[in-house]
Design a protein around this ligand. Structure first.
Ligand code: FES
Ligand code: FES
Length: 140
């Protein structure tokens, strides 16, 4: 059902009870940070993942979104989706999956795009931190 003001119930649920809001220390070697903006509206999303070295899977995830209800709902839903995922699978998430789950209207598609960009950017940051650096066990 579509709730008042055109927002879908699932959007309102995530918007009023966002999951996994917060921050991690971006200096941690097992943390990847994605910070992206939507040129269309100026909204900004920060998404952070912590990666379990031994499994290559996302063990924790946090977000902060300064944006519309659909952007907050998209990032909140995304955090639930990627927890426990391999980096490879998380990197394949498409904004259309998020938009479909939340029943976002076409005008709000770019809000879910922000979430796709954010997870991709967090994975990229994590990977770039890993290359050319000593492994965690021997880092000073
Ligand atoms: Fe209303 Fe999905 S919850 S159509
Ligand atoms: Fe721009 Fe939602 S209106 S992120």
């Amino acid at each position: 059902a579509v709730a008042k003001r055109g927002y879908h119930e699932k959007v309102l649920d995530h918007y009023s009870r966002p999951r996994n809001v917060g921050s991690m220390n971006k200096a941690d070697l097992d943390v990847g940070t994605g910070l992206v903006g939507a040129p269309a509206c100026g909204d900004v999303m920060k998404l952070q993942i912590r990666v379990d070295e031994s499994t290559g899977r996302i063990s924790d995830v946090k977000f902060k979104t300064f944006g519309c209800g659909s952007a907050i709902a998209s990032s909140s839903y995304l955090t639930e989706l990627v927890r426990g995922m391999s980096l490879e699978d998380a990197g394949k998430i498409k904004n259309t999956e998020i938009a479909k789950e939340l029943c976002l209207p076409p005008v709000k598609l770019h809000c879910s795009m922000l979430a796709e960009d954010a997870i991709k950017s967090a994975i990229k940051d994590y990977k770039s931190k890993r290359t050319g650096k000593p492994t965690l066990g021997v880092a000073a």
